[in-house]
Write a new protein. Structure first.
Length: 181
């Protein structure tokens, strides 16, 4: 009788262990099947929000001061250098704001806030939507543009521009000119 009880107990323990093992494999399979969630943003919106932010205005002050110093010293060469640098900067801003130019430098300024945005949106990675060239069926895309734009604390006017540009396709970068204002 005792032997029969021990055998039944071993069978029960073995069965429970096997079921737990199977459940573990099933749970592992579910984890492995979880879709990768990618947060995407419209880089044009990031550029517009940044270029209308206090941080951007603050970044211009040293350049403006350098220009004024060169002007006071009648240093034409330095004034031309600053003018050329500002024209190149404006061209880059046009590529970012009207086309699909990289905003990596702007994103670097908010990198410390990105983990929080990713966590709230439950995404594994954040990339420009223009850089997402292929999407497998196992990929889930989540737009985080608005959350990123909000980090720049844009005015209502800037938010209006962002909203408007998101209704339009970006210009081909080859069509960007220096006189797009």
């Amino acid at each position: 009788m005792k032997t029969q009880f021990v055998s039944k107990r071993r069978f029960l323990v073995g069965s429970v262990a096997a079921l737990c093992g199977f459940a573990g494999v099933a749970a592992f399979g579910q984890t492995a099947e979880r879709k990768l969630r990618v947060g995407v943003y419209d880089s044009r919106a990031i550029a517009v929000a940044y270029c209308n932010s206090p941080e951007f205005q603050k970044s211009l002050k040293p350049i403006q001061a350098d220009y004024e110093k060169a002007k006071q010293a009648k240093n034409e060469k330095r004034m031309k250098e600053i003018d050329a640098m500002m024209k190149a900067k404006q061209r880059r801003q046009h590529e970012q704001g009207f086309s699909t130019g990289s905003v990596a430098g702007i994103m670097a300024g908010i990198k410390n806030a990105l983990p929080s945005v990713a966590q709230k949106a439950r995404v594994d990675v954040i990339v420009s939507k223009w850089e997402l060239n292929y999407q497998s069926p196992g990929l889930e895309v989540v737009d985080v543009t608005d959350e990123l734009v909000a980090l720049f604390k844009p005015s209502e006017k800037a938010l209006g521009w962002v909203k408007d540009l998101r209704t339009k396709q970006p210009l081909p970068i080859e069509e960007i000119t220096d006189d797009m204002d």
